[in-house]
Design a protein around this ligand. Structure first.
Ligand code: GLU
Length: 395
């Protein structure tokens, strides 16, 4: 029967982050002692003050359909947050709340991309960007970077990748999977290039905004000349440990927001009512309310970098945000370890799963075939044990 499936779904790869997480879960169920560093998901509980808001919403009988683009109170709270944290002025009619930032991104792609349009993806990039572009029959063009360039692209590379067909570019800072952050200066240099190409729209995915260990990340739309063609994406999942609540949102030119609302109105309607009520409380909270999680992530990052740095063949940079390390492990390519030939990052990631019982995600899924992604959103104990096992397998 699978032959009856559409070309659309057949052309779509499975999400490698979710696939690896499912595999790790399955192996755990079979009794294997798997440490999963695959999924990017905070291992904290959602803060009590947010849970309380959700409980109150249930008790107040919030059970009806919501406005497709989100409750007005939530959109107002998001506008306040954009001003407070990002120096961005949006009005409620420029905000659309969705079922996770993933849906926000899919909406934007669906409303802006035509078949044959080109989407520039500075690599490494989050696995679903390319798939979402593919679903729109658009062509994604990778702009490669390397660990030596701190996984960032240059203005020259951006210029060289642009063609008359280029419709969008996706930026993501702090970046999943590399943890790199573009400075204001770096973003302004990229904006200068885009200034000469007014047909290009910019999607700025800022979902890891609050999880940073140095300078506060800069919002691309804060560059005045870019505001009218930038869509700022954010959500609650990462900063507030609310992955399963599924609330994402955009700030965008009003005509784009309106189109996203129309798209969403035919597919899912408004996001979950209880999660939206809780989201009002979450986005209204100042970032210091969740700083304890960021501090913990930083301490784990340092531990993991220190331990992995002692393994020959792991080339590391220092991620400035998010909760991943993205080592270049190409030094192992061509070697045979435990009777397994390591030809690429997929083989290496499978080696770690099968021989060390540690789940990671291959860099190939992120357009960076020399690397693997390891999430350090796990306990210190698990992280230490995972690196110990990896070291044993490789020695
Ligand atoms: N964004 C997270 C990750 O990269 C969650 C899984 C997903 O949606 O890809 O692991």
């Amino acid at each position: 029967m699978s032959k009856a499936l559409s070309n659309r779904i057949n052309s779509l790869p499975v999400s490698q982050t979710l696939a690896m997480a499912a595999k790790a879960r399955e192996l755990k169920k079979q009794g294997k002692d798997i440490i999963s560093l695959s999924l990017g998901e905070p291992d904290f509980n959602t803060p009590d003050f947010i849970k309380d808001a959700a409980i109150e919403a249930i008790n107040q009988n919030y059970n009806s359909y919501t406005p497709v683009d989100g409750y007005l109170e939530l959109k107002e709270a998001i506008c306040t947050k954009f001003k407070r944290d990002n120096n961005l002025v949006y009005k409620p009619n420029q905000i659309v709340v969705s079922t996770g930032a993933k849906q926000s991104i899919a909406n934007i792609a669906q409303v802006l991309l035509n078949p044959g349009d080109e989407v520039l993806l500075p690599a490494p990039y989050w696995v679903s960007y390319s798939a979402i572009a593919t679903l729109c029959e658009a062509k994604f063009i990778e702009i490669p970077s390397s660990i030596d360039a701190d996984f960032k692209i240059t203005p020259e590379q951006l210029e060289a990748a642009i063609t008359p067909k280029t419709k969008m570019v996706f930026f993501n800072s702090p970046n999943n999977p590399s943890g790199s952050i573009y400075s204001e200066k770096e973003y302004k240099a990229l904006a200068k290039v885009l200034g000469n190409h007014p047909q290009i729209f910019i999607l700025s995915d800022e979902i890891y905004e609050h999880i940073n260990y140095g300078d506060k990340p800069f919002s691309f739309a804060a560059i005045e000349s870019m505001y009218d063609r930038t869509i700022t994406v954010n959500g609650l999942a990462k900063a507030f440990a609310m992955t399963g609540w599924r609330i994402g949102y955009i700030g965008a030119p009003d005509w784009i927001a309106k189109a996203c609302t129309k798209m969403q109105g035919q597919i899912t309607s408004g996001a979950n009512c209880i999660a939206q009520r809780a989201a009002i409380t979450a986005v209204s909270a100042t970032p210091d309310k969740v700083q304890y999680m960021v501090d913990e992530f930083k301490s784990r990052r340092d531990i993991v970098l220190n331990l992995l740095g002692k393994i020959d063949g792991f080339k590391l940079n220092i991620p400035e945000g998010a909760f991943y390390v993205f080592p270049d492990i190409s030094a192992f390519f061509g070697k045979t370890i435990r009777n397994k030939e390591i030809k690429n990052a997929n083989d290496f990631s499978m080696l770690l799963l099968e021989e060390a019982n540690v789940a990671t995600v291959t860099g190939e899924a992120f357009g960076a075939p020399k690397c693997i992604r390891m999430s350090y959103a796990a306990s210190e104990l698990q992280l230490r044990e995972a690196v110990k096992r990896i070291k044993e397998v490789l020695s």
